[in-house]
Design a protein around this ligand. Structure first.
Ligand code: NAD
Length: 359
């Protein structure tokens, strides 16, 4: 297929207003260098949209997203949204559900030259994105947490065969493309016999279809220890929603912190670039935010779109972004303070965009 890709820009909140523009700057430079056509569609979302339009997810957003191939979503600072209004909802679970973005792909990779606990980690956590424990995304209507008495709260965890099988298949497919071809399923079926049990059963069924992928299982508490002590032994890890959320932040810590933790939420038709980190209100507006995680999320989106729509130029643009980022990090001149440098967010973005243009 050779048509312009349609990509949305949703900046999000706090540092989203800083890291998303740098991401788009670098993606534009890569697209231009590779002759890839992208139609960009900026759209309001989050606190700014609420202040200007009265909604954190303005009416018409989903209809517009229906027409796009994918989008870049900045972090959402929903903790600070007004509490007593239905118009100030957290938008990202809605987007994940609406577009069945069931696989949240979160790489953790050591980068040569950067201070980190380990310098030889290269793993990817695939987290089921639309089921599990989060009460705002595991119900069709209503909320998965409720309080029958003032002193008792009940939370619901949803696990389905279909949801488990989909994320497991996506993970086997991903593992198959990597040199080590290894997949570890993480659960705790010894205690959550039905919920984790169902997830594990679906992973085991699929393991038979992928004899070329070395498959094993680790209980989530043991995994927390193994990840901290010897993360090099892992390649692709698949797990349920909340286990994946926690383990991926831990994995980010092993390779240098949340500023280095990119992510992609992918579904059958669309994908959304979304870094693992939150909106970091403590550093917002100061030029201190590291744009790496968001830029690499944008790079993952281009690679995904390239494969999905058979557009080699998008795959080429993603590879160019990866090499440019590696060069900027290796040269160590234009890094943000969390990486030991003195550059601002936009100076680091400029350096990556310039490295892309240089080729
Ligand atoms: P956070 O990830 O925003 O910040 C945690 C720490 O990491 C902070 O010290 C922050 O300064 C630092 N950090 C995060 N990203 C960074 C970057 N790119 N460069 C440098 N340092 C960075 O987590 P939090 O403070 O717990 O949450 C803040 C807000 O973000 C809350 O409203 C929370 O609900 C929301 N949140 C959103 C998402 C998302 O949109 N995917 C994810 C997590 C948290």
């Amino acid at each position: 297929m050779n048509r312009a890709l349609k990509v949305g820009i949703l900046e999000g909140d706090d540092i989203g207003l800083e890291v998303v523009p740098e991401t788009i700057k670098v993606m534009r430079a890569a697209a231009q260098k590779c002759g890839l056509e992208i139609d960009w569609h900026p759209m309001p979302i989050g606190r700014k949209a609420y202040d200007e339009l009265g909604y954190t997810l303005p009416p018409g957003t989903l209809e517009k997203l229906d027409t796009l191939d994918g989008w870049v979503l900045g972090p959402i600072g929903h903790q600070a949204y007004p509490k007593a209004t239905p118009n100030a909802i957290n938008p990202h679970p809605i987007l994940r559900k609406q577009y069945d973005l069931f696989a949240n792909i979160r790489p953790a990779k050591s980068l040569p030259g950067l201070p980190a606990i380990y310098d030889d980690v290269d793993l990817i956590i695939v987290r089921e994105n639309n089921e599990g424990m989060p009460p705002d995304r595991n119900m069709f209507m209503g909320n998965g947490e409720f309080r029958p008495t003032p002193d008792m709260t009940i939370g619901i965890r949803v696990i389905t065969r279909q949801g488990s099988s989909k994320v497991a298949r996506a993970s086997f497919e991903l593992a198959r493309t990597r040199p080590r071809k290894k997949l570890t399923a993480v659960h705790k079926d010894t205690v959550f016999k039905l919920a984790c049990g169902m997830f594990a059963e679906e992973c085991r069924k699929l393991a038979k279809e992928y004899p070329d992928v070395a498959y094993d299982e680790v209980l989530v508490d043991t995994m927390a220890m193994k990840l901290v002590m010897k993360p090099q032994q892992f390649d692709v890890i698949v797990t349920t929603n909340t286990f994946g959320d926690i383990l991926s932040d831990a994995a980010a810590g092993l390779v240098g912190g949340l500023g280095l933790a990119p992510g992609l939420s992918a579904g059958p038709e669309r994908a959304m670039a979304q870094a693992t980190h939150g909106s970091a209100p403590d550093i917002a507006g100061k030029g201190l935010a590291n744009p790496y995680a968001m830029i690499v999320s944008g790079q993952m989106l281009l690679a995904w779109l390239g494969h999905k729509h058979d557009q080699p130029k998008a795959i080429e643009a993603a590879a160019l972004m990866e090499r440019a980022m590696e060069r900027v990090i290796a040269e160590a001149r234009s890094l943000t303070p969390d990486l030991g440098g003195k550059a601002t967010t936009s100076q680091m973005g400029d350096a990556v965009a310039a490295a892309v243009t240089k080729g």
